[in-house]
Design a protein around this ligand. Structure first.
Ligand code: ADP
Ligand code: MG
Length: 466
């Protein structure tokens, strides 16, 4: 049984992305293979659904590749599989990590009329799974409006913003939604690279007309990362004609780019001006709360296994892109699944350092002070040390003599009392969490430059009993 299982896994590993592979195949095993039916066991109910959704067809396919006759695949929960070395396979040693980029599972091919297919609509990108915050509210509203008023409301819809901020997610979510509302609609999602390649191919094969005809039939054309059209004149020319034809016919066009239309370089002005015809919206990096909400959404199945501290730590420290946020979360999931442990903030910090990610704020030190057990006493120690009053520390004054003790107090509370930024802010005169965040960051940067301040902190720590 294990031999067959390993053969199946060998194929699976080629298609399923690493984090999913190590998570969902870890405590799984082949329970039986009889009369063409594979019965596959998974250790926990939460894995069952994922397998049923994502791997059933894949198992049929890979079984065939391995020369097995399989007519059906059944998944069952068998909790005794967990940690059972005789019936499961140690993935880390049998399938060591090789490359970093792999395909995600579940990419669906949307078959449409006239033989057109859109291969890159990923079902995991939906409007439902898109977390809305101040940073992307308008983009989300416009996206939703477009799905309900295809070709009539905002045409084109132009979405721009930096890398990993959710443009592709939103674009594909619109495609998925339009398709869900009316499967007869012809939706095409292409990256600007694919579009360019198709133009080049059409030129070399001399079937430009076929190329044009294909694109003129669509109800919704989505072009992702249009900035790569820069300097590609022939591609721009074709895009211009396609755009005009679709726009005139009242068909919807959605475009994304890493910058606003005005900032697009080496793109003909007639295209830029068309990009601005409809609605232009941007997506930015979400604020701390939205980042936290995104983490919770992405970690739904693991939420109870990950401590709130860890979520807060990640949301606090990752602020360049949501893709990066997800990457760190995947590390955490891997720790849970591969090492069977509940990661602490220190574990996550170590993992992030390995990935060369800068940690601006360590937070949540594992030592709890013996003497200063609450914010009031922390402030009292600081107050004695710097000769200022506690009421001044928690008050509103902003002169330097008070600012440093205040920052020190906040830093110590964050570092040793395991409290959320929000709670600390409340105690310090009802400040919001961002002020606490800035104070702590500020102090951390001062500490790097100021040996005397470092001594102060060491001294205070001793007094607090850390
Ligand atoms: P971009 O195309 O802007 O580079 P992506 O759309 O590929 O970024 O987003 C990167 C990752 O972050 C994706 O996995 C996506 O699901 C996730 N993501 C981005 N924004 C959000 C959001 N608002 N809610 C949930 N997930 C998001
Ligand atoms: Mg993208």
């Amino acid at each position: 049984m294990t031999d067959i299982w390993i053969r199946l896994l060998t194929e699976m590993e080629k298609t399923v992305s690493r984090p999913y592979f190590v998570t969902y195949f870890k405590d799984a095993g082949l329970l039986s293979y009889n009369n063409g039916i594979l019965i596959i066991g998974v250790a926990r109910p939460m894995y069952l659904q994922w397998h049923e959704h994502n791997t059933k067809d894949l198992f049929l396919e890979v079984a065939q590749k391995q020369g097995l006759t399989v007519t059906d695949v059944i998944f069952q929960v068998d909790s005794t599989l967990e940690g059972d070395k005789s019936r499961t396979v140690n993935l880390a040693s049998h399938f060591p990590e090789k490359t970093k980029t792999r395909k995600l599972p579940g990419k669906q091919e949307v078959k449409t009329r006239d033989g057109l297919t859109s291969k890159i609509l990923n079902p995991k990108y939906t409007l439902d799974s898109f977390i809305v915050g101040g940073n992307n509210q308008l983009a989300f509203a416009a996206a939703t409006a477009v799905t309900k008023n295809l070709g009539t409301k905002f045409n084109p819809l132009f979405i721009y913003g930096g890398v990993g901020l959710g443009k592709t997610h939103l674009l594909q979510a619109i495609g998925n939604e339009v398709h869900a509302l009316d499967p007869g609609k012809l939706v095409i999602y292409v990256t600007s690279e694919t579009f360019t390649n198709e133009v080049v191919e059409a030129i070399s094969k001399r079937n430009m007309n076929a190329f044009r005809r294909r694109y003129r039939f669509v109800d919704l054309l989505i072009i992702d990362d249009v900035q790569f059209f820069a300097g590609k004149d022939r591609t721009q020319e074709e895009f211009f004609h396609t755009f005009n034809a679709l726009h005139e016919a009242g068909k919807q066009v959605i475009i994304s780019s890493d910058r606003s239309p005005k900032e697009l370089e080496l793109i003909e002005s007639r295209i830029v001006s068309r990009c601005e015809w409809g609605m232009t919206v941007d997506v930015k990096m979400p604020d701390y709360e939205t980042r936290l909400a995104i983490l919770y959404e992405k970690a739904k199945t693991y939420r109870s296994l990950i401590s709130p501290d860890v979520f807060e730590f990640i949301a606090f420290n990752v602020h360049n892109s949501i893709r990066e946020l997800e990457g760190v979360l995947m590390q955490v999931v891997a720790m849970i699944e591969l090492e069977n442990k509940t990661p602490t903030v220190e574990d996550v910090a170590t993992a992030m350092k390995k990935l060369n990610k800068k940690i601006e704020f360590q937070g949540f030190n594992s030592h709890t002070p013996v003497l200063a057990k609450d914010m009031q006493t922390v402030c009292e120690f600081v107050s004695n040390h710097f000769n200022v009053m506690v009421s001044e520390i928690t008050g509103a004054k902003r002169n330097r003599e008070i600012m440093v003790p205040r920052q020190v107090s906040m830093y110590l509370c964050k570092q040793y009392l395991h409290l959320s930024l929000k709670k600390i802010g409340q105690f310090f005169g009802g400040r919001d969490h961002t002020s606490v965040m800035h104070a702590v960051k500020k102090l951390e940067s001062l500490l790097k430059k100021d040996p005397l301040l470092k001594k102060d902190i060491e001294h205070l720590k001793q007094e607090m009993g850390v």
